[in-house]
Design a binder for this molecule. Structure first.
Ligand SMILES: Nc1ncnc2c1ncn2[C@@H]1O[C@H](COP(=O)(O)OP(=O)(O)O)[C@@H](O)[C@H]1O
Ligand SMILES: [Mg+2]
Length: 141
């Protein structure tokens, strides 16, 4: 699966993304610094009607947001593993627990702790085609 998007249609692509993955839980976002991982994850959260999507400087390894899933409050976890050194540190931070919590997890820098990801993780690759255009590729579906 492959999409191309700019900031003008990022929200449409975010909605199409959730339509393509209605039941999957763990999503690993690969891509260089500045590729647009955080920006796309924020669009995904918005598309789920998350109220308080933060891009704040206090962003920690694990951020928990809330959304309504068929009328029930559920969590979405946005994780940025960039500052993690190894698997042990990922475990200490609680990354593994969250990945197996059954809630939606959107994870940046999965390369920092590849061993902790569930087997059915969806791997997504984002790259900058130009200053405004981004490409998003999803393997094997
Ligand atoms: N189509 C696009 N999708 C995502 N980001 C874009 C796009 N076009 C421009 N940008 C800009 O690229 C930068 C991406 O930054 P960010 O999402 O923090 O990347 P990453 O999390 O991959 O390091 C932001 O400044 C954003 O405004
Ligand atoms: Mg980021």
């Amino acid at each position: 699966m492959e999409w191309e998007f700019s900031l003008d249609n990022i929200y449409d692509v975010a909605k199409a993304f959730w339509e393509a993955f209605p039941a999957q839980k763990v999503f690993a976002f690969h891509g260089q610094m500045g590729a647009g991982k955080t920006t796309f994850i924020q669009a995904l959260c918005k598309a789920k009607d998350v109220k308080d999507v933060t891009g704040s400087p206090t962003f920690s390894i694990i951020n928990e947001y809330e959304y309504l899933c068929e009328g029930t409050k559920r969590a979405i976890f946005h994780m940025d593993l960039y500052r993690l050194k190894d698997k042990q540190e990922a475990e200490q931070a609680g990354v593994e627990d969250v990945l197996y919590s059954g809630e939606i997890c959107l994870v940046e820098w999965p390369e920092k702790a590849p061993a902790v990801f569930p087997e059915d993780t969806i791997h997504i690759y984002i790259d900058a085609i130009s200053s405004e255009k981004r490409g998003l590729k999803i393997a094997d579906i």
